[in-house]
Write a protein that binds this ligand. Structure first.
Ligand code: ATP
Ligand code: MG
Length: 713
């Protein structure tokens, strides 16, 4: 008969993990509720795995009687793998998300009740789909299409009210920027219940229905309560109220619940995570034992000490003091690049020197950060893995617009292609006029045909002629030049601005997409290469999720990096507005997100910011400044930008460029290498405002001087 002692000893020999006193205590405390509140890297997940092994090996519990609840399908897989590594001889345990448990309950409940239902999540083109439903409702209530961002916000709002179990008469009290969000939700609920012969069910409904089934149906409750003898939940700081309630019902009889959490890593408040529930854990489970673990086994002392100080800026938290016995390895590095455009190549140069790509992660706040990284990594032949690669970039209509504009350069008789972009030329052509093109002679260019129509105004004719002229030489131009021409001379950017004004799109996002395309275009010589490159990157991005387990660099959002660890972590795009996000409602949650990122690294952590992006000055993230302050309290290292130059694109040195900061004054007339002549109209520390003939720009003084971009006129 094995005892706890012999179990721990044997596992130490087999896998080299020797649990500390508290970890052992958590493993041995199998009966009754237990809350394990612990720091990152303190072995929470390790303890859960060991506890499951202990239950099976020492206490003789049937694996099927154990339920381990994970945060996402990805973390369920990670945990399964870890369990297999720790206990290769044992059959697997049920590691799954609370949603999949809820779905089982719902299925059983509806079968018993004879309710016919349909799941409306996922990309099921033949069935009814949640997103399409919401799009349609938005359109019929607001008379315009919903944007992808608005749709995200709307689904978040719906998830939020459902997960918090907010009654329908209070839905209006939850803030949502989407026009008529409340009405849309009400209509959506009505339609799901009465719109078709089936009851329509989304993921959020699964949770609420499962909860009501467990609450109201004695038989269902009894069957699930007797199904598992031990329940464990990891990453519980991101469990929502309805999810906590489901778990509570599940363990009501035996109370054998082990909840593992770190309130400092709660990053899903916007999706109704309820970390407060853990703070009040004893209200729900009066007999609960609460254990704290603060020793970090993952990271070097450099990282642990800085992260521990960093998180203390938050007020609303359980006070913990993360520490480590690990030695110092290498100081955290902060890099301040002169310009965003260097970031991807900087990473390439750095990572190429490393061998074990698998042990490297690049973490960012927004999915969009991955596009140019993918482009640069592919060119450098660095393999990468993206867990969550359902990226919208390449299928975005702006990308399709640009490709269609370009297609016309090869054949301007293609009415079908012209029809797709005619409204984007800022020409005010009517559908009727464009329809007439269909009847024209097939070999006639659409532009010549348009110019033959009598009904067009003079200004339209002049512009069409200009466009036709531009098209004549377009195939000879570089993709970057062509995109510029489309933006400025075709009037595409003007059209986009109008759309933003009318439909509530964000121009910033559009510009970002266009700039990214220009950047991708940099490495291609002509339009055909460009189109192929886009196709290639799209496919590569989609395929990258199959690189899991390969020797590939991980590209991940900060959110998806939860629970993972890597030898080397680069956190990128660390500028104000990205993190903390401009629209962030909860500043402390932004701090926690940054903290999650920092604590993923074992040995080396590097933070990357820059001073300028697409000709605009940007500020480094205040969190980078915080870390900077922690590391070097009295030094202003950040003020000196790191000048990482890409050899290929090194600009010729201008001997007349201003080098002395003292020369920069309001009123000074200058010439900027890229933007032409202008006058400095405002100066605020490192930022200067320059009025150029067409526009005003905010530029970084140090970046301009460093790179010799401006001279006095
Ligand atoms: P996170 O909060 O990021 O999810 P965690 O608390 O779940 O972290 P684990 O992932 O379980 O932490 O462990 C972090 C690292 O520390 C792992 O590499 C694990 O093997 C190691 N570790 C955990 N406990 C011990 C221990 N007692 N002795 C040595 N190494 C340990
Ligand atoms: Mg963990």
């Amino acid at each position: 008969m094995q005892t706890g002692k012999s179990f721990f000893k044997r596992k130490k020999q087999e896998i080299g993990v020797s649990l500390n006193t508290i970890q052992k205590k958590a493993v041995l405390h199998t009966e009754g509720p237990l809350l394990l509140l612990a720091s990152p890297g303190s072995g929470k997940t390790t303890t859960i795995i060991m506890r499951i092994g202990y239950l099976i090996e020492v206490k003789g519990v049937e694996p099927a009687r154990i339920k381990a609840v994970t945060f996402s399908n990805a973390s369920a897989n990670d945990m399964k793998e870890r369990f297999q590594r720790f206990f290769p001889e044992l059959p697997s345990v049920d590691f799954s998300t609370i949603h999949s448990l809820a779905f089982e309950v719902v299925r059983k409940y509806f079968r018993r009740k004879g309710v016919s239902y349909q799941i409306i999540e996922g990309d099921n083109p033949s069935g009814i789909n949640k997103k399409i439903l919401l799009r349609n409702l938005y359109k019929s209530l607001n008379q315009e299409p919903i944007t992808d961002d608005q749709l995200d916000e709307l689904t978040t709002y719906i998830s939020f009210v459902k997960n918090k179990l907010i009654p329908d008469n209070k839905w209006g009290t939850v803030k949502c920027e989407v026009p008529k969000a409340l009405e849309i939700l009400q209509e959506y609920e009505k339609y799901k219940k009465h719109g078709t012969s089936n009851l329509l069910v989304d993921y959020d409904d699964m949770l609420t229905i499962a909860y009501h089934a467990l609450q109201g149906d004695e038989d269902i409750l009894a069957s699930y309560q007797s199904r598992y003898d031990y329940v464990l939940t990891d990453e519980s700081q991101d469990t929502s109220l309805v999810q906590h309630y489901i778990v509570k019902k599940l363990v009501e009889k035996h109370q054998n619940l082990c909840v593992v959490a770190d309130d400092d890593q709660s990053i899903y408040g916007w999706r109704a995570a309820e970390p407060q529930y853990l703070m009040d854990f004893k209200n729900a489970y009066p007999t609960a034992q609460v254990l704290k673990m603060e020793q970090n086994y993952r990271s070097s002392s450099d990282i642990v000490n800085a992260a521990n100080q960093f998180i203390k800026q938050n007020k609303n938290r359980y006070d913990k003091n993360m520490f480590t016995k690990n030695v110092s390895h290498k100081p955290i590095e902060i890099k301040m690049l002169a310009d965003y455009q260097y970031q991807a190549n900087y990473l390439v140069e750095k990572i190429q020197r490393l061998e074990r790509y698998k042990e490297v992660a690049i973490l960012f706040r927004n999915h969009s950060s991955s596009i140019l990284l993918v482009d640069a990594f592919d060119r450098a032949k660095i393999p990468f893995y993206i867990k969550d690669s359902n990226n919208r970039f390449f299928s975005h209509w702006i990308v399709q617009d640009i490709l269609n504009f370009m297609r016309l350069a090869f054949d301007n008789t293609r009415v079908d292609i012209f029809e797709r972009v005619y409204a984007k030329f800022d020409l005010y052509l009517t559908k009727h006029q464009v329809g007439k093109l269909r009847n024209g002679p097939r070999e006639l260019s659409v532009f010549d045909h348009l110019m033959e129509m009598d009904e067009l105004k003079d200004w339209q004719l002049t512009k069409i002629k200009k466009i036709k002229d531009i098209y004549r030489k377009m195939t000879l131009r570089t993709p970057r030049h062509v995109i510029r021409t489309i933006r400025d001379d075709f009037g595409y950017e003007k059209v986009l601005k109008k759309m933003c004004k009318e439909l509530g799109f964000k121009m910033e996002t559009f510009l970002e997409t266009l700039y990214s395309l220009e950047q991708i275009g940099e490495s291609t010589n002509n339009l055909i290469e460009f189109a192929n490159r886009i196709k290639h990157l799209d496919a590569l991005m989609k395929a990258s999720r199959f690189n899991k387990g390969e020797n590939a660099v991980t590209l991940s959002t900060l959110h998806s990096s939860k629970g993972l660890e890597f030898d080397t972590v680069f956190m990128v795009d660390l500028v104000q507005g990205v993190i903390p996000a401009k629209e962030a409602q909860d500043q402390e949650e932004e701090v926690r997100l940054f903290y999650v990122g920092m604590t993923r690294a074992r040995y080396h952590l590097e933070l990357l910011a820059y001073r300028e992006k697409y000709g605009k000055a940007v500020k480094p993230s205040m969190f980078v400044l915080n870390v900077q302050n922690i590391l070097h309290p009295n030094e202003d290292v950040l003020h000196k930008p790191e000048t990482f130059k890409v050899k290929k694109r090194k600009a010729p040195v201008n001997p007349n460029a201003i080098k002395d900061e003292a020369v920069i004054k309001v009123g000074l007339k200058i010439e900027h290498r890229a933007f032409g002549q202008g006058i400095i109209t405002n100066l605020d520390e490192d930022q200067m405002e320059i009025q150029f003939s067409k526009e005003t720009k905010q530029l970084s003084v140090s970046a301009c001087l460093e790179r010799g971009l401006i001279e006095a006129v």
